[in-house]
Ligand binder design. Sequence first.
Ligand SMILES: *[C@@H]1O[C@H](CO)[C@@H](O)[C@H](O)[C@H]1NC(C)=O
Ligand SMILES: *[C@@H]1O[C@H](CO)[C@@H](O)[C@H](O)[C@H]1NC(C)=O
Ligand SMILES: *[C@@H]1O[C@H](CO)[C@@H](O)[C@H](O)[C@H]1NC(C)=O
Ligand SMILES: [Ca+2]
Length: 778
Amino acid sequence: MGPGATALGALLLLLGQDPWVLPHPQCLDYKPPFQPPQPLAFCPEYSAFGCCDGRRDAELSARFQVLGSFLDPAGLQSCGHFLRDLVCQECSPYAAHLYDAEDVSSPVRALPGLCPAYCTAFWLRCRSVLSLLTEDPASLALEGDRARFCGALELGDPTYCYPAVLDSTALSQGLGRVREGARGCLQLCLREVANGLRNPVAMAHAGDGSHRFFVAEQRGCIWVFLANGSRAARPFLDLRAVVLTSPWAGDERGFLGLAFHPRFRATRTFYVYYSAHAGPHETIRVSQFRVSAHDPNTADPRSERILLEVLEPASNHNGGQLLFGADELLYIFTGDGGRAGDPFGAFGNAQNKSSLLGKVLRIDVEPEADGPPYRIPPNNPFVGEPGAQPEVYAYGVRNMWRCSVDRGDPASGAGRGRIFCGDVGQNKYEEVDVIVPGANYGWRAKEGFACYDQALCANASLDDVPPIFAYSHELGRSVTGGYVYRGCHSPNLHGLYIFGDFMSGRLMSLREEAGSGRWHYKELCMGQGQTCAFPGLLNHHVPHIISFAEDEAGELYFLATAIASAAVPAGILYRIVDPSRYLLSPPLPAGPGRFMGKATGWHPTTSPAPNLHLPHRTLPPPATPHPPRRAAGHHPRKRGPRRRLGAKGPARQLPPGTVRLVHRGAAPGRGRLEILVGGQWGTVCDDQFDGRAAAVVCRQLGYERALRVARRAEFGQGAALPILLDDVRCQGSERSLLECRSAPPGQHDCAHSEDVGVVCGDPERQGRPRGSRGAHGL
Ligand SMILES: *[C@@H]1O[C@H](CO)[C@@H](O)[C@H](O)[C@H]1NC(C)=O
Ligand SMILES: *[C@@H]1O[C@H](CO)[C@@H](O)[C@H](O)[C@H]1NC(C)=O
Ligand SMILES: *[C@@H]1O[C@H](CO)[C@@H](O)[C@H](O)[C@H]1NC(C)=O
Ligand SMILES: [Ca+2]
């Protein structure tokens, strides 16, 4: 990565932001935004990047003409621009958010979500035009009451309201431009194994003893990495010409899955899963390829044999996992077809066994070219059931993103062949499932353990298999399924199912309770202090965890990227390292793989963990599986750069004037304001607290701007704390509230019932879950 990457990194640091979650534009049709071929005449602000082409722009213009014809010249003068703004929001690259199209529990809005100030201006001057914009009686009934009207037009996530969405530099700066990238828990370290990858979606090995591994990028390139760490200069396979994707973060289409035949040494075949054009439609395709007869590190691009194609009714939720089970059959994991809430047919695709969407499919591949491309295994669970596709192995799947086969306990074999999947949630829960034949995983009747479609959920014949674990969107918003660790080098991880979250960047684990079948959750964290302070080890990673992988020996890896665009080489492959064993680990075995052509070396781009001097002892301290829990309550701890937001460290290490926002269950960036003065935390209670003071707070916390001041203890009373500040008056440019004018700290004439809260805008809140928001950012 070039100097641009460093500059971006520095800029993000300077702004106090991190690229934790990228903005995630999406159109009302669940497709990624695009640059229209011609500039738009009516909504020109969306000419560079948005959701309208020239035809839609002309339709919106015509709509505006009709609406405008109801107004007299004075009305047009004062309200015309409001009307035009509102009509044009359909072209916004954030249209799906503005219109709440992704939350199917509420209907798509007739009007885009408006920020309070804009809404007030609209209401004061132009509420009479409301009847032109919507016929919805509920909306019209609110017309006379500004507070209720504007309350109804607020968005759940204020970052996206119009026009703030345009003012937010994080959301709109560089939109349409693909940016070159910079780059109570078990403590782990990482080793960077490869970098410069463009949305690396999968890594697989051939199981042929070569100890090579293959890394696939979303755009359709597969690279070979040799056992000695070099990457072959030429791609193993380059499908860019047929793979359908785009550079926009949030595009879920592309090359999605790769699996080698379990008898690869004999068959020389491997299997791929990708999005493709099918005339005007989009399709997912599963194909077989063969390795070149002359070079084991190159596939024969002419050897494609299409096994299966399924039409995709929408651009999101394309599934993408391929794997061979312990039964040597090929498992294919499709998504529910897209949009939100699985809206297709009478009860969605996932519950409809006549559809191949929203399923786990199982087929028996025939590597020999003559004969059918695949056979139906006779013991597939729905063979012979009228109306059911015989490929179906399990159903009720939303968008399983990353599944794996458990190798089983090396000694007893227990667990061998189990298939684990992460199923990405809609609005509330992410889940982990163990796949069993014939099972119904519940979607869209259920999301996680909760009912999603009340009617379907109440039906006694649902008979669903619950997840082994589900987590709410406080922990993350898009699960990335992982592996049960069965390798040799990390004894502390034995038997743990290790997985992650694409949006929050969290690494997580589940441990099975012997006998009961219950699974216990534990977050994994990066080693602190000296734990990872060894040459070549890291204790941090780029945020978007796209996929997990195993090498031939069963060691665990994951693929992550700093920038979730298929065009940006910001992806890194990490190997997970148990620090207690690091110095004892032998180097990776060199394989017999014959190598032709050029190999390229690579250089780590991630800076190593701090404290790079080696401690005096020869072994690192053992990993501590049970570090003491902090007494900071039950809020999930965030890792990495997020920590600055929580400011939960011991108070005496923090400078006076440090602030934090406290609110149980709320997203970060909003909550009751608490400030540190004289070594103790206290509240600010001030009925005159204004936006400029809030701006100081938000900037201090690393957010870009204050969205709202919440007065009168809207976020609860900090009754256990002293009231430390009152009568705060800021210019807005101060570095902390203590630099503003205020009553002397501790002096106040107010009560906790007036405790102030603040809502800040931050890039972290702008990412929306993949899947539910149409994307795992891929
Ligand atoms: C790895 O092996 C390949 C093929 O033998 C060779 O071309 C390459 O230079 C090696 N790389 C390193 C870092 O040794
Ligand atoms: C089930 O899916 C099939 C194939 O897509 C479709 O033809 C049928 O109408 C669906 N059934 C229901 C009840 O939605
Ligand atoms: C429950 O589901 C079954 C099978 O899908 C269906 O035949 C039945 O009509 C449903 N019952 C109700 C009350 O919706
Ligand atoms: Ca489920």
